[in-house]
Design a protein around this ligand. Structure first.
Ligand SMILES: [Ca+2]
Ligand SMILES: [Ca+2]
Length: 506
């Protein structure tokens, strides 16, 4: 029955594979200026010149004031009344048009042309759906549950505490336009594009340079599948299937022709179809019919129009660097920042992440404004020499990270939590030490573990003894927010975090 799973990305050393576990992402920071951003962009749009009046006005006049009709003489008084009526109608029409213009996002080339389905004059309304309330009902009895029950009627608003991990990966194919829009809809104040590059060195959003065979339909397109670094070999029943398809195997144009699917694979698949059909039962293929892949630049444009902030992660290349002997790691790291500068995005809205401390240090020195809130993703737990309970094994130490100019550290949430002697969830030594050194903490990833009835696996590893129902994730979130003092958390379903943060005023 164990056939495959989701690409394990306990992200740093990204090619490990965990059967039926989830990939790990990255987080970012939260202050809370959610709505201000969308309000500002809204007023900018309102200030844009409206050009529809000239053509509309004559048309209305002609319809309202037919001339030369002797059989229907028009008195001066009636004429004035009709003028008034026309002006009222014209004003009404203009009001509608101006309102529409005000809410149409400024994203160039919006392929669906529908303003993401939003249609209101108050900015992007936040909608949480039923899941957060399902989780509150599922919580163990206690004061936190009673507090959260008081918040179920809203109002709900966007918050930077809520970070969309690869968009909204619980139900939408990761790093697709649809997934990003869903994250913003659920109140994520910050959304993530994991960044890698194509053969023509264009930056694109994918969790790994070599995950196209699990996150897209590439294997179903023979001419593109033929370009994969490792062509598909099906399982023969005793040996797992093998395949590896990388963004660097394709040009940007070829990459853009793919469609996103839920990240999963069946390693025992004896056909392409069997290999691709493996979405875990706590996810869904319901929104995977037309997943739109994006370049990093397109994600910037989209996030700007959605009014959300940015947390790009520079993914470790799977090819040797310098790529083709002349594309260096520094150029790659710089290219990512340059795309924000070219788009006119303030560094204050960008939380660049990397598991590679060298990348973070590069930004701190080469792009200090971006470096000031760059996020060091801590993947050192995969190093056998690293003991999360023993600070003497942490190299560099928290203080040394601060000395290097690092301001934000982002470990997986299991590193931040422990159980005390009474089996209460409490901050870990790691969490206390990071805060004491002056580091801000972002963590990952909520809503990525499926059902929690069996302890929650990786993300709950350090507290697994007290995890036995899905509502427990809100208890864990509360400890992270109130006791650890995180500034934000990545989630595969941002609505859950948005709900909690709104209730607690975060
Ligand atoms: Ca990530
Ligand atoms: Ca419980």
């Amino acid at each position: 029955m164990l056939f495959g799973g989701v690409r394990g990305d306990h992200e740093p050393y990204a090619d490990s594979i965990l059967l039926f576990s989830l990939a790990v992402p990255c987080p970012d920071k939260a202050t809370s200026i959610p709505f201000a951003a969308s309000t500002r962009s809204l007023s900018r749009r309102r200030n844009q010149p409206f050009t529809g009046l000239k053509s509309l006005s004559p048309m209305l006049k002609e319809k309202s004031f037919p001339t030369g009709s002797k059989s229907h003489p028009v008195t001066r008084k009636e004429n004035v009344m009709k003028h008034r009526h026309a002006i009222i109608i014209l004003a009404a029409v203009l009001t509608v048009l101006v309102s529409a213009a005000a809410v149409v996002p400024a994203e160039a080339g919006d392929p669906k042309g529908n303003a993401f389905g939003w249609n209101n004059t108050q900015g992007h309304s936040v909608q949480l759906g039923p899941r957060p309330f399902f989780l509150v009902q599922d919580m163990d009895e206690g004061p936190l549950k009673e507090t959260l029950k008081q918040c179920t009627e809203g109002p709900f608003k966007r918050t930077d505490f809520s970070i969309g991990h690869r968009g909204a990966g619980l139900q939408f194919p990761e790093h697709t336009r649809e997934s990003y829009v869903a994250a913003a809809r659920m109140g994520a104040g910050i959304v993530e594009c994991d960044v890698t590059f194509t053969s023509d060195r264009e930056l694109v959003c994918r969790h790994s340079q070599c995950d196209l065979h699990t996150t897209t339909n590439i294997l179903a397109i023979p001419e593109l599948a033929a370009k994969c670094s490792v062509p598909f070999t099906p399982s023969d029943g005793t040996t797992p299937a093998s395949v590896e398809c990388c963004t660097s195997d394709l040009t940007l144009e070829e990459f853009k022709s793919l469609k996103g699917k839920m990240d999963a694979y069946n390693e025992w698949g004896t056909t392409v179809e069997e290999y691709m059909d493996a979405t875990p039962n706590y996810r869904t293929d319901l929104y995977s019919t037309d997943g739109t892949l994006m370049t990093h630049a397109e994600s910037i444009n989209l996030f700007k129009s959605l009014g959300v902030k940015f947390t790009p992660e520079l993914k470790s290349p799977s090819v040797a660097m310098p790529y083709e002997d002349d594309y260096t790691q520094e150029e790659y790291a710089q290219q990512m920042i340059d795309e924000y500068k070219m788009a006119g995005v303030s560094a204050k809205k960008v939380y660049a992440q990397s598991f590679n401390l060298y990348d973070v240090e590069y930004w701190i020195h080469a792009e200090p404004e971006f470096g000031a809130q760059a996020v060091f993703l801590d993947g050192r737990y995969e190093d056998p020499a690293f003991d999360q309970t023993d600070p003497t094994t942490w190299d560099p130490s928290m203080d040394e990270l601060v000395d290097k100019g690092v301001n934000i550290i982002a470990p997986p949430m299991n590193l931040l939590l422990n159980l005390d002697d009474n089996d209460q969830i409490v901050p870990s030594v790691y969490a206390v030490d990071a805060r004491a050194a002056g580091l801000d903490i972002i963590t990952w990833t909520l809503e990525r573990s499926g059902f929690l009835k069996s302890g929650g696996e990786f993300y709950y590893e350090s507290i697994t003894d007290v995890i036995d129902n899905d509502g427990d994730m809100l208890t864990v979130l509360d400890v992270l927010a109130q006791d650890v003092g995180i500034i934000g958390i990545f989630s595969d379903w941002p609505a859950t975090v948005t709900f909690y943060a709104n209730c607690m005023g975060l």
